[in-house]
Design a protein around this ligand. Structure first.
Ligand code: 5GP
Ligand code: MN
Length: 328
């Protein structure tokens, strides 16, 4: 991985801005808040936080979460700019155009599909989470990580590892997590807020989505879909769909789970999960990206056409992968 002389770069700026992606997840939110806290307490500089979407309510317990902005606070031209957990700048939605040519843009990410959009690119595809990288980088940069920052980075790591269940969890992930716990983080409290408790409307929404559950291709593919009418019927918000796609992958014998969310604005957000196949390749073919076992894309077409096109691509992919396995 590239190394940068952050201390030297910091001497040239008076402000810092941190950006993260649309439909922010625990890694995006925890990493942004953790880095903000670390940079502010160690440098004294003002640090602004940007995300092009609302922050889901379940993250309300994270210190500083109320500071996220959806529009720029003044000009960022003179700032040092960090973009976290984004494989490409399209993940910043309408905020992309404000920073795409920025001369001091640091891209910190762990996606295999990262396209090195930054002036500086700190990309480590072996890292379980961007939050894990930020802890390592903070150590390398000689920054102190306090309890609040540790809580945010822990939340980032526990989110992207599915509570240390996914195969991105490494010995280094657990060593870093141990250091975060030593700073006072209580895993049970974080787990309760992020995974074990949900609003009633989320369960109603799951019930609504499950009505469309379909098994395909000898039960190797499971998919379901929902649209804004279905979400409103349950009194729920789109952010409550987060994690539904995991239920599909968890079905016995299913290899690929696909969740379709048809938004009223005219596009469909597609989420992929797999047990062993590289679904980032499928998502990339539709202009998205992600990780080998968890990826996504946004497709602009009629809802029924999106489902047809994506299922065709996944069928062909699963067929091809199965043939390869038989040959090997
Ligand atoms: P999820 O299905 O939870 O929204 O996303 C799973 C993974 O795929 C995440 O790592 C996320 O960054 C990535 N991902 C989801 N949607 C998109 C997309 O539209 N574009 C790209 N490049 N990555 C995506
Ligand atoms: Mn991540």
């Amino acid at each position: 991985m590239e190394t940068i002389d952050l201390k030297a770069i910091l001497k040239t700026v008076k402000r810092i801005s941190i950006f993260s992606h649309v439909r922010p997840d625990g890694d995006a939110i925890g990493s942004s808040l953790g880095l903000q806290r670390i940079l502010h307490t160690n440098t004294g500089l003002p640090v602004y936080l940007y995300c092009p979407d609302v922050i889901p309510a379940k993250y309300d317990f994270l210190p500083g979460v109320e500071q996220f902005l959806r529009e720029l606070e003044g000009s960022v031209e003179q700032d040092l700019v960090f973009v976290l957990d984004c494989s490409d700048l399209d993940r910043l939605d309408y905020l992309k155009e404000k920073i795409q040519q920025h001369p001091r843009l640091i891209n910190i990410d762990h996606h295999v599909t990262n396209d090195f959009f930054g002036k500086y690119n700190l990309v480590d595809t072996r890292a379980a989470a961007t939050g894990e990288m930020l802890y390592q980088l903070s150590r390398a940069w000689g920054f102190h990580v306090d309890f609040e920052a540790a809580l945010c980075l822990y939340s980032a790591i526990v989110s992207d590892t599915g509570s240390f269940k996914y195969d991105n969890t490494t010995p280094e992930t657990l060593r870093i997590t141990a250091e975060l716990l030593q700073k006072g983080v209580q895993p049970s409290l974080v787990s309760q807020r992020l995974f074990d408790e949900r609003p009633y409307t989320t369960l109603a929404l799951l019930g609504e989505a499950l009505k469309s559950l379909t098994l395909d291709q000898d039960d190797k593919i499971a998919w379901m879909s929902i649209d804004d009418d279905g979400i409103e019927k349950c009194g729920a918000k789109p952010e409550e769909l987060d994690g539904f796609v995991n239920y599909l992958r968890d079905i016995e014998n299913v290899e690929v789970g696909i969740f379709f969310y048809h938004a009223r604005v005219g596009n469909t957000k597609v989420g992929f999960r797999s047990k062993s196949m590289d679904v980032a390749r499928i998502a990339s073919a539709f202009g998205g990206g992600g990780h080998p076992r968890a990826a996504g894309c946004t497709v602009e077409d009629e809802p029924s056409m999106v489902i047809k096109r994506v299922l065709n691509a996944v069928h062909a992919f699963v067929d091809e992968q199965q043939k390869e396995r038989l040959i090997r």
